[in-house]
Design a protein around this ligand. Structure first.
Ligand SMILES: [Zn+2]
Length: 229
């Protein structure tokens, strides 16, 4: 449950109540009292409030009467909040997790590996693509995030949360290392010196807008699509 959200929505509710009360032609003492209560809530400094109980303490003191433990209005607030947070949790259950991301990346890297293994003469493209998928997998494995952590903010947003945005420089370094390994091979997995040089100069010239960055971006779009299905 996010207390900051709750405080914010309480202040919005208070503003709406004031706006409604102001519509009355005749301001009875009762109406004026209610308006001033809502104002007190809007102006209250909630910065030290970090849990529901101290939040309802404030609301109770301003608006309710009598013993807080027996206050029906406070109970109502609590029930509403519980319902809200249950809804949020259900929504959270549907979000892809870090563990799902790792499995998809593992599958993709394994697919490229078997593709290269199956071919008698894999192309240079096959090799660099395999290296890219391996590099992305290694990068995310290296982040060591909890596997149950949601990786997007909601189901309609396929952007990774900030902590998981692919770090172009780190991934390209891992990728180059893998290409360097392939360059030293003596079999069908061998990357030509030309291809290696091409990759290296692509990266060293202009980081942004390089062919590698485009490739990485395309791959990110692909695996996000796989994840959001
Ligand atoms: Zn109360």
């Amino acid at each position: 449950m996010n207390i900051k959200k709750i405080i914010l929505s309480q202040k919005i509710i208070s503003r709406k109540i004031i706006a409604k009360l102001k519509l009355f032609d005749r301001k009875t003492a009762d109406i004026n009292e209610k308006i001033s209560q809502e104002r007190d809530i809007i102006e209250y400094d909630f910065s030290n409030i970090d849990n529901i109980d101290s939040f309802t303490d404030v609301i109770h003191k301003i608006k309710h009467h009598g013993d807080k433990k027996r206050c029906k209005l406070c109970k109502l607030i609590n029930a509403e909040m519980l319902e809200d947070s249950n809804l949020n949790e259900k929504e959270d259950d549907l979000l892809p997790r870090f563990g799902n991301l790792i499995s998809i990346l593992e599958e993709n890297a394994a697919y490229e590996r078997s593709n290269v293994e199956r071919k008698r003469m894999p192309s240079q493209n096959d090799l660099t693509r395999w290296a890219l998928k391996d590099a992305v997998l290694a990068y995310y494995q290296g982040l060591n995030m909890p596997h149950d952590m949601p990786i997007v903010l909601n189901r309609f947003d396929d952007r990774l949360i900030t902590e998981l945005a692919p770090n172009f420089e780190n991934i390209s370094n891992i990728w180059l290392q893998k290409l360097d390994e392939l360059r030293r091979k003596n079999d069908k997995y061998m990357l030509t010196m030309d291809e290696y040089d091409k990759a290296e100069s692509d990266l060293s010239e202009e980081m942004r807008g390089s062919a590698f960055e485009k490739q990485l971006d395309r791959y990110r779009e692909d695996f996000m699509k796989q994840l959001m299905r």
